[in-house]
Design a binder for this molecule. Structure first.
Ligand code: SF4
Length: 483
């Protein structure tokens, strides 16, 4: 089976996208539109939960938004003026229907639905504690931990119990929750994952990215601030900030790769930042060549920036077919390896005898980069240089992004020169960490107090990694005691 983009097989994957609508005609239909615009954030499953004033309704299924919510009767079975939804790519919890969100539970005081973008870094620790005290989990998702913490909190109101639960969790969370009284949206104190608020007439909308507001004709109001909880009920929108204020650390990879280029994240156009990273890369790592070639699609804005800064022409050396669906099945096992060429083909007439610079956003395992370099050489390119619009990815993410274990990250195992040899490029270079921050409009990275989470490049994680450390402790206990 082919994924949507075979070149994406070797990318970090965003875990989720969330979208919520409060007080709109056919709220579930609006949510389906919003989720469609967030499909890039999770392609394994999608779900919507609605509230009709009396009952909650839910439809969750494996697969894309278009396939899950393209039927009138599916949307009609989700009545009401309040709804929230979720697209998922699993990083914690196996790929199974029971983990598809929004998750729902009947709590004391009524139903509670939750959609989560991010990843809790102490979920296993808390889960073990909750199970010891009698909680029975229905899924393997870290998000369910929040439901149990709300359920077992002893505070009198649901909002107080919710805040109590948030005080116990660590890691990244942008949440949209629904109760009988209204909708709650919140972002963790560091603001690791994005979350914005919009207006569609009198309706209030929450979404992971601004592109989802654009798609349903809503106007952008503002970002939910790190550590902020916004509660919408009746005609009231109120905001509370129950956490001690800390310096925000939004994920820098949202700009590098995850977010759509037509979104505005942390007040900055993703497209403009990606072009600026390309320009930085051209200044830091110049190379004499005939063409700048983007690796489609995510390398395009950085390649434009590199071409504009270097003065070397931007050309399309890899052409993408738009007619290969996600579920295209290779007719026979022995031609499966040809799948990459089916979706992407080298523009041989352009490349013959030319020195090219391939621009991509990141290298994870390096396997795809190797195939692309080979494709360029097979098409006759005389030199293939690779420039990467992010620093080397040397560390795993624990905040809602699917990264291979550290040992499988190419940059964790090899020097840049060794990586160049591995992918068979004539040269390979990455933008520096300071260059990345300059592209974001700063002087460079401020050591000790950077303005972003950049842990997958630097290893400096902005929160405790309780679950990770628990496992490390357990493994240490298994090590043989010296005689
Ligand atoms: Fe983003 Fe990397 Fe931090 Fe994960 S570790 S939140 S991908 S910057």
């Amino acid at each position: 089976m082919l994924t949507t983009n075979p070149f994406d097989d070797d990318k970090l994957r965003e875990e989720c996208g969330v979208f919520g609508v409060y007080d709109a005609e056919s709220a579930a239909a609006v949510v389906a539109l919003g989720l469609h615009a967030l499909q890039h954030r999770g392609q394994e499953a999608a779900g919507i939960t609605s509230w009709d004033g009396h009952l909650f309704h839910s439809h969750r299924a494996m697969g894309h938004v278009a396939g899950n919510f393209d039927r009138d009767d599916t949307i009609r079975a989700l009545p009401g003026r309040v709804a929230c939804g979720h697209v998922r790519y699993s990083t914690t919890g196996e790929t199974a229907l029971r983990n598809v969100q929004p998750l729902f539970a009947e709590l004391a005081g009524g139903g509670f639905a939750i959609a989560h973008n991010g990843n809790l870094s102490n979920a296993v620790h808390l889960r073990n504690e909750l199970v010891r005290r009698g909680s029975i989990f229905q899924s393997t998702s870290d998000t369910e931990t929040i439901i149990h913490l709300v359920a077992t909190s002893t505070y009198p109101t649901l909002i107080d119990r919710f805040i109590d639960a948030l005080r116990r969790i660590e890691g990244a969370y942008s949440l949209i929750c629904m109760t009988r009284e209204g909708m709650i949206a919140c972002r963790d104190p560091l603001g690791i994952r994005p979350l914005v608020m919009g207006k569609l007439g009198d309706s209030t909308i929450f979404a992971s990215e601004t592109v989802a507001l654009d798609v349903c004709g809503a106007e952008f109001v503002r970002e939910i601030e790190p550590g902020e909880i916004v509660i919408v009920s009746d005609t009231l929108v109120r905001s509370i900030r129950p956490f001690a204020k800390v310096a925000p650390r939004p994920c820098v990879f949202e700009h590098v790769y995850f977010s759509r280029p037509d979104s505005v994240v942390d007040g900055q156009s993703v497209y403009s930042v990606r072009k600026a990273i390309g320009a930085e890369l051209a200044r830091e790592m110049p190379v004499d060549a005939d063409f700048i070639i983007p690796v489609p699609d995510s390398g395009v804005p950085a390649a434009i920036g590199y071409a504009q800064e270097s003065g070397i022409p931007f050309e399309l050396g890899i052409i993408r077919s738009h007619y290969v669906g996600r579920t295209f099945i290779q007719p026979a096992d022995n031609i499966r390896h040809l799948g990459v060429k089916l979706k992407h083909n080298a523009n041989r007439a352009l490349l013959e005898g030319k020195r090219i610079v391939l621009v991509d956003d990141s290298i994870v395992r390096g396997t795809t980069s190797m195939k692309i370099v080979q494709m360029m050489r097979d098409a006759g390119a005389s030199e293939v240089h690779m420039r990467i619009a992010s620093p080397p990815t040397r560390h795993s993410c624990f905040y809602g992004v699917d990264t291979p274990e550290r040992a499988k990250l190419l940059a964790a195992r090899m020097t840049v020169e060794e990586m160049a040899k591995f992918i068979d490029a004539d040269s390979l270079a990455f933008v520096s960490v300071d260059g990345l921050y300059r592209a974001l409009g700063e002087q460079g990275r401020t050591p000790g107090r950077p303005s972003r989470c950049d842990a997958c490049f630097t290893g400096e994680y902005p929160t405790p990694l309780t679950d990770h450390e628990d496992v490390a402790d357990q493994l240490a206990m298994l090590e043989p005691v010296p005689a």
